[in-house]
Design a protein around this ligand. Structure first.
Ligand SMILES: O=C(O)CCC(=O)C(=O)O
Ligand SMILES: [Fe+2]
Length: 305
């Protein structure tokens, strides 16, 4: 495993969504930079992204209050579809391996079945809604930047597939401390190796994430304060006929005792095209057959549990 800091792109020129002019040199340069970084490394850190640390901190502290409850309590909020709680050992992001050692809570917009543990985390719903809306707005700017950075005429090419009912999802994860008494199964990780499923992912993390390079080496990505990590998912890879690739990543059990004994926290925004959207290679190639988003997504989710 080798260390590697993500390159940082200042995306402030993209944030004036109403006035964003892709021909304006600063915006156009950011679009090209994002595409170049994702093409070359598979990941890029974004600075000046406009999401206040207070918003993600609130999400983490509310979720932590909930995760600190006993399983009988948390069970009342157990996953329905993709939303709600899943506890240690429940979900295997690398199907066929022991379930990931993590507490996770997921939220998607407009799912009426979602319930919230108000009595132990009174601000949790508002914190999830706040971060969701902020990340959603940011993701639209990035999707436009991808189209422009890839040289497409239509800046809305990807973004326009993200305005209807979708499985876009916000997740807070707390990986519990691993101490003397923790019984891990053979091969169990904090999060098994996988690529994400959708169009793009925004990841707030402060170290412990590893990505698989094209030469087959695991690179350890330290967190860069104030930045959010951008990677793309399988559907974006299919859509762009491999121009933008979905990088394989994992969170292993730390070798260093100090990191093992500390809880690890992350906030992740998984962007999916609209459920009914059929993803076809953008250049007319037949590298991947067309696939309806919800069919691909559901097949991946079914394999997780
Ligand atoms: O917690 C992290 O940093 C990454 C987790 C992840 O990759 C996922 O849940 O898809
Ligand atoms: Fe992931």
């Amino acid at each position: 495993m080798e260390g590697s800091a993500a390159n940082v792109v200042d995306i402030s020129p993209l944030l004036q969504i109403q006035t964003m002019d892709f021909k304006e040199p600063a915006s156009a340069a950011v679009c090209r930079d994002l595409v170049r970084e994702i093409t070359q490394s598979g990941f890029v850190a974004l600075s000046n992204h406009g999401i206040p640390i207070e918003s993600t901190d609130k999400l983490i502290s509310n979720s932590s209050s909930f995760f600190a409850q006993d399983d009988a309590f948390k069970q009342k909020y157990a996953r329905k579809g993709i939303d709600g709680w899943s506890g240690p050992g429940i979900e295997s992001l690398n199907p066929g391996t022991p379930g990931d050692y993590k507490d996770a809570y997921n939220y998607s917009r407009g799912h009426a079945t979602q319930c919230w543990p108000e009595e132990v985390a009174p601000g949790m719903k508002e914190a999830f809604e706040d971060v969701f809306e902020r990340c959603d707005a940011l993701s639209k700017s990035i999707l436009k930047a991808f189209a422009v950075g890839l040289g497409m005429e239509d800046a809305e090419f990807f973004a326009k597939a993200h305005y209807s009912q979708s499985s876009t999802n916000l997740r807070c994860v707390v990986y519990p401390p691993i101490g003397e008494g923790t019984q891990l199964k053979d091969g169990q990780m904090r999060c098994g190796q996988h690529s994400d499923f959708g169009s793009l992912t925004l990841l707030f993390q402060d170290g412990g994430l590893e990505v698989l390079s094209e030469t087959g080496q695991w690179l350890s990505l330290p967190g860069i304060p104030g930045t959010v990590l951008l990677i793309v998912g399988d559907l974006m890879q299919r859509w762009t006929a491999d121009r933008l690739k979905a990088i394989v990543h994992k969170v292993d059990i730390p070798r260093e005792e100090e990191a093992r004994k500390a809880a690890r926290k992350s906030v992740i925004f998984f962007v999916q095209p609209d459920n009914e959207w059929v993803v076809r290679c953008f250049n007319g190639s037949d590298k991947y057959p067309p696939i309806k988003t919800i069919d691909y997504f559901q097949s991946k989710v079914d394999a997780l549990y």
